[in-house]
Design a protein around this ligand. Structure first.
Ligand SMILES: Nc1ncnc2c1ncn2[C@@H]1O[C@H](COP(=O)(O)OP(=O)(O)OP(=O)(O)O)[C@@H](O)[C@H]1O
Ligand SMILES: [Mg+2]
Length: 505
């Protein structure tokens, strides 16, 4: 210690040190060390990541869509959530999408949005999802959508923008703002009790018994001249925009035989009745399969559970985790898995060594789970089916004789089902080509199959090659069910499709 002190003193009196002192004096005076030119001594500031959600530019990055497409983002994300929630509650979904001069509302008959999840969504420093860490064919998978929609109202209308959520007997009115000095989120969240569920009136004044419980989410802005919407240049009455809006909503009716869907577009109602309310598909509350996971996925899930348990002063057994997987609920099989993996009476926290997950042990566990279970057959994911697609296409004006349907599914490896349907609207039709495409029963805003195959050219050019160009009155439907869909962007607008990534051939 002493010697260090001496050494320091020695340096302090050296000529080199004099030079250093001169330099810092120069800096203090705002002069460059070499010349007398002024310099800026930058200070490193910390800015809250919350601001990633509070400007048009940042929300554009988060959603991967320009502001004029945000009404479509709202529909897609909120209908996705509504469907996932209904399926999770084993409820045949009935959803109403309403658009009026001052807002867009999505109403579902699901089990309700828990307050704790809503509070999580309002914490812009974390992601909140009951789907993100699991590998499964769900619509939502990132825990980001609600977070982007919450501040959207305020970004498009800083004066009057708000989100109104009615669920589980409460009305939440949420106004998100931002402190201009600290650049931190300021959230005003008012909660009031709703009158009894049965008598609840929807915001646009109609009482719909079927939808009287569940969740209603309304993004609202102030009234504007000519009923304009505050999303870029888009007037809601522009024909092209109204068509896009309707086609997106219709896409959900096309991909979901169990869904009863109503679009209330400025008091003009269109309903697509469910063709099969008890339609069977893989639902979000069904156990996931060990065969859908690679090591990195299982590590992510274990990491998420360990963190959750630490926050709740608990520590579950590996056995409890294993029991959540398809085919491993029975104690006999679970016992074999635990024995093979050396995890009898082992706690999840024991799979953490120092600051890291024990990859070798987790890899052994995954292998054992895969050895002792059967892979899930593709058909268990859910088949939309020829009858449903025929009904929807004929309702769109397709000539019955022109209807064609095809289905492909994987024979081994990861399960997947690819369904397509085609129809022609006849010579007299003035319509152009309609493409409705999507993955895991969710309609896409833009065709997500924009690049695939050896040439990477994508669906549009493949259709043009088949003489179904953009000007032909044809309808083409393409849907992929897959437990591990990967998107290139957070807006879920472009799928990674290829033999290697998806196991598709
Ligand atoms: N209508 C709803 N009813 C019940 N729960 C809901 C509803 N909407 C959202 N949730 C809950 O809120 C969570 C967050 O939704 P959010 O859309 O932000 O994320 P996600 O759906 O998990 O993933 P993604 O960001 O890919 O959409 C969901 O995981 C779900 O638990
Ligand atoms: Mg979602």
């Amino acid at each position: 210690m002493q010697s260090t002190k001496n050494a320091t003193n020695k340096t302090a009196s050296s000529p080199k040190c004099k030079k250093t002192r001169a330099t810092s004096q120069q800096k203090k005076q705002g002069l460059s060390p070499r010349s007398k030119d002024p310099v800026l001594n930058r200070t490193t500031f910390k800015t809250s990541r919350e601001m990633d959600f509070f400007s048009e530019k940042e929300l554009k990055n988060q959603t991967a869509h320009n502001i004029d497409e945000w009404p479509l983002v709202i529909i897609k994300e909120l209908v996705d959530n509504a469907l996932d929630a209904c399926e999770e509650g084993d409820i045949a979904p009935a959803i109403e999408v309403s658009a009026d001069a001052t807002g867009i509302t999505i109403l579902d008959n699901g089990p309700g949005l828990p307050e704790v999840t809503l509070q999580g969504a309002l914490d812009f420093t974390v992601r909140t999802s009951n789907r993100e860490a699991y590998v499964s064919p769900c619509r939502g998978a990132q825990g980001n959508a609600l977070k982007t929609i919450l501040p959207m109202a305020r970004v498009v209308d800083p004066e009057n923008g708000q989100l109104i959520i009615e669920t589980l007997g409460k009305r939440h009115t949420i106004r998100c703002g931002c402190d201009p000095i600290s650049q931190r989120a300021v959230v005003h969240h008012d909660i009031v009790d709703l009158p009894k569920c049965k008598n609840r009136e929807s915001r646009n004044g109609t009482i719909n018994q079927a939808l009287s419980c569940g969740t209603s989410i309304r993004i609202e802005w102030g009234a504007r001249p000519n009923s304009e919407w505050p999303f870029g240049d888009h007037y809601p009455h522009d024909d092209d925009f109204a068509r896009q809006f309707r086609e997106l909503v219709q896409g959900f009716a096309v991909f979901n035989p169990h869904l009863s869907l109503t679009l209330n577009w400025f008091n003009k109602r269109t309903t697509w009745e469910a063709t099969d309310p008890s339609w069977n598909k893989w639902k979000p509350h069904k156990p996931t399969s060990a065969h859908w996971y690679e090591l990195a996925h299982l590590e992510r899930l274990i990491g998420a559970y360990v963190t959750h348990d630490r926050d709740h002063d608990s520590d579950r057994l590996v056995s409890d985790l294993v029991a959540e997987f398809d085919g491993l609920i029975g104690s006999q099989k679970r016992s074999k898995v635990l024995e093979d993996a050396g995890c009898h009476r082992v706690k999840l926290s024991d799979l953490v060594v120092g600051e890291r997950l024990d990859s070798a042990r987790i890899s052994g566990l995954l292998k054992a789970m895969q050895v002792h279970t059967r892979p899930v057959k593709s058909t268990r994911l859910g088949i939309i089916g020829e009858d449903h697609l025929r009904a929807r296409l004929l309702a769109m004006g397709v000539v019955p004789e022109s209807f064609q349907y095809s289905r492909k599914e994987s024979k081994d490896g990861l399960p997947w089902v690819l369904e397509s349907a085609f129809g022609w609207k006849g010579d007299e039709s003035e319509d152009w080509r309609t493409i409705i495409s999507g993955a895991n029963w969710s309609a896409a805003i833009k065709n997500p199959f924009r690049s695939f195959g050896a040439t990477g050219e994508g669906l549009e050019s493949a259709l043009t090659d088949m003489r179904a160009s953009a000007f032909e009155p044809v309808v083409f439907i393409l849907h992929l069910a897959h437990p591990r869909v990967e998107y290139t962007d957070r807006g879920k607008s472009s799928l990674v499709v290829g033999a290697k990534k998806q196991g598709l051939s």
